[in-house]
Design a protein around this ligand. Sequence first.
Ligand code: TYD
Ligand code: MG
Length: 539
Amino acid sequence: MEPGQAIATGRRLVEIQALDLLQQYRLGQAHSRRQLSGKNQLRVGNEGARSHAHFCLKIAAAQHTQLASLVVASRLSFHREMLMAKAKTAFVCSDCGSDYHKWQGQCSDCGAWNTLSEIRLGSAKSTSRAPAGRSGFAGELAPARVLSEIDVSEVRRIPTGMAEFDRVLGGGLVPGSAILLGGNPGAGKSTLLLQACCGLASRMPALYVTGEESPQQIAMRAQRLSLPLDELKLMAETNVEAILAALDKHQPRLLVVDSIQVVYSEELSSAPGSVSQVRECAATLTRAAKQRGIVLLLVGHVTKDGSLAGPKVLEHMIDCSVLLESSDDQRFRTLRGQKNRFGAVNELGIFAMTEQGLREVRNPSAIFLERGEKQSSGSVVMVVWEGTRPLLVEIQALVDDSPLGNPRRLAVGLEQNRLAMLLAILHRHGGLQVGDQDVFANVVGGVRVLETSVDLALLLAIVSSFRDRPLPRDLVVFGEVGLAGEIRPVPSGQERLSEAAKHGFARAIVPRGNAPKTAPRGMEVHAVATLGEALALDF
Ligand code: TYD
Ligand code: MG
């Protein structure tokens, strides 16, 4: 090995004496040649590994010493810049991000099995020169500006023509952004994007790259859905380099890639769909989209446990991540924002899958409130706040004698732990003993309610089922229940009440903190401060 060079031989090891070395170097008492070569090994800790190693190398160069081995804490950027100038690949754990030179079955850092996969590092040429400002020793720093100097003129958003889709995106597509649309097979991802693109193509050049279906299939579907066929360009391609070439040729402003899991790069040896391919191709496409200011829509598959197939890093790269989910009965599709750099998340868009493709549902409360004529016990309507709008949903509970020694508590669409907690509150502050009862709770329509405002509605539904006394049909309830049995206010109380009034609800039980100055017309509002007060209300 040449003086001034080092190789990495292992992973995170304890402490290093490089700091001493550095100080002595600065004081002009650098280690003698003998000391350093006699030591033969420098151990660099995780903290400040980069600068330590820089100094070690400088010293070694200055003293014409060889460092037999420089053991460093491996951080990818560090490897790239300093140690692995020649190496082109590394193996990265998709769970914790640790990297290794060789493949191994288990990640020694986080203990996960089979999570290591090959990734490509930058080429030797580009990595050998660190950008100025990152070197830390010389060169110019990147200019820093105060916030007020930065141009923030409003980016013009491009409406997709589908209001529900736009709302989830925070008002439309932002040029130069990357959006990931996830969903189960058959959720309707391709249909949604085809409908949006055919509409958009008349306003901006659009390219739809399909890797899963043939162009004939897509054309047939577009024809059947009576979409405009003249503007959208279609291409069947899975090679990322070819997609980039097509970008140069067709110069689209909108690019759809369906799906990212089938796209592959020639420069990687791993199979399409593998972590490294997905990550590399997504990064390449995102970079291209940002450089050219085009909107990139990526379709991503969802694994059995509901997470996006591919490494988590995919979600870091893109600007928006939206998930298309189908309801239990397959009629409705909910589009939910999971991450959005340009707007609020937890927005909910609702579509119905029909013969003519996806149709927007403009008044979702109405569909979740389809109830039979007869009011049964254990059911009550509540108002959830989804992103920027209220949504009326029905909460159901069933309380029944349990044949089991350990009664069941089951929550569908609600948090399981919250149910257990609410039952304890009910016992303590409502004086209701349900210890020997099975308790099932459900949100109708396959909606997931993660808000605390569901507490009061759920408790009233449980009590109603337990006593077998139906609650009035025109009653709406919301409020958070505290461990002391107090009813706490929730955000946007007034808007929730107005939404309920709009749908003909005439009675409401709300937290005292949410009591309106003037109740919506035709509505009787009961403001309660404790669980006892709520249970004492008799209709
Ligand atoms: P698709 O968009 O192919 O799903 P994904 O790309 O998410 O896998 O949609 C497929 C489902 O949608 C399919 O099961 C049939 C249904 N569908 C309809 O019911 N009506 C329609 O008009 C279309 C186009 C699809
Ligand atoms: Mg598809």
